[in-house]
Ligand binder design. Structure first.
Ligand code: AHR
Length: 338
């Protein structure tokens, strides 16, 4: 009898020890319970770190969801793969986070995982780029850019640059188009604006087009190939879908000894990071359309309203502007936070 008692007590101690261990360890995938600290847990899935812009978005979200404000942020980098982002969202669901913030690498392919989040009762905020889903109730709200509007702003500035003041006509243009990640809202909207402009201006042609994945290295290769195949004399404009690509195109033109900016090929770019605005003020980049990465405060406002039981708008576009040499100054660049 005494032996049985000893065995039972030992088993009980072992079970208690295991339970204590399970409650204190939090490797990835295990339940996150911050109720003790009263922290609201937010899982943030980013597609990658392909650009300085994206790093600025990550920092903005991290700065907004701090423990001092009552939040715990779990950040995941999808390493430029949708499958990784889907896996990260599933991990957030298993962990039982309170909210999920998703910056989707591409627009489609999210229905199943968003359905899983909905079934688990976790509100999802889509940020930066949007998703296209069968049922809009699969996410709570979107905060980000109006990429078509960004593209249209770039095009109307290009029309101004190409305006022949004597005839009032828009001059012809041979355009190199360096696209962003195919299927992302940023690529779709900015490319769509260019496609619409090509329909409107039959003297505008795309002479070379390829996907630069929003990176400097890819864009540099693409511009070098365009210069080789088309020749610098056959190119008037390079339409880069973000600043990294503009830096890559400029590097290729420098290497080939090709003139650009006021004296040569016009560079159109998006993001308006301060490193690019320096080149814009110098006349090397002709148009910079801002893509605002400071989205953390917008997302914070939405989540804190939801947390108080309030309603939130389905779509919030962040404030954005454009820059040319004419409306830029050193003071503007110095004051910029990204
Ligand atoms: O979705 C926003 C775009 O993604 C930015 O223009 C770009 O720099 C980033 O990688």
């Amino acid at each position: 009898m005494r032996k049985i008692k000893i065995i039972l007590v030992s088993v009980l101690i072992l079970v208690l020890a295991l339970l204590t261990f399970a409650c204190t360890q939090k490797p990835s995938g295990e339940i996150v319970d911050d109720e003790e600290n009263d922290l609201v847990v937010v899982g943030f899935s980013q597609p990658g770190a392909e650009s300085a812009w994206r790093v600025a978005l990550t920092d903005s979200v991290k700065d907004s969801f701090t423990e001092a404000r009552g939040y715990r942020l779990i950040y995941k980098d999808g390493k430029s793969k949708q499958d990784n982002q889907i896996r990260d969202i599933r991990t957030f669901i298993q962990q039982g986070v309170d909210y999920i913030v998703l910056s989707p690498i591409v627009e489609t392919g999210w229905d199943t995982v968003l359905d899983e989040a909905k079934a688990a009762g976790i509100p999802v905020i889509i940020c930066d780029r949007n998703v296209v889903v069968s049922n809009e109730s699969l996410y709570t709200a979107f905060v980000g850019s109006d990429f078509i509007a960004e593209g249209e702003t770039a095009i109307s500035n290009l029309e101004n640059i190409l305006l022949d003041e004597e005839t009032g006509e828009v001059k012809s243009a041979n355009i190199v188009h360096i696209q962003g990640t195919i299927g992302s809202s940023a690529q779709i909207g900015r490319s769509k604006a260019l496609e619409n402009a090509l329909e409107k201006h039959d003297n505008w042609n795309v002479v070379y087009e390829d996907c630069g994945e929003f990176t400097k290295a890819k864009a540099r290769e693409i511009m070098a190939s365009a210069l080789q195949e088309v020749g610098a004399d056959g190119i008037d404009v390079v339409y880069c879908e973000n600043d990294e690509e503009a830096f890559g195109a400029i590097a290729a033109m420098n290497e080939a000894g090709v003139k650009y900016g006021e004296e040569g090929i016009k560079v159109i770019s998006f993001d308006a990071m301060n490193t690019a605005l320096v080149l814009c003020l110098d006349g090397q980049i002709s148009v910079e359309v801002e893509c605002n990465p400071l989205q953390g405060p917008y997302i914070y406002n939405l989540i804190s309203r939801l947390n108080r039981g309030g309603a939130v708008p389905k779509i919030t576009y962040v404030k954005e502007q454009y820059f040319t040499k004419d409306n830029l100054s050193n003071e503007i660049i110095e004051k910029r936070k990204f």
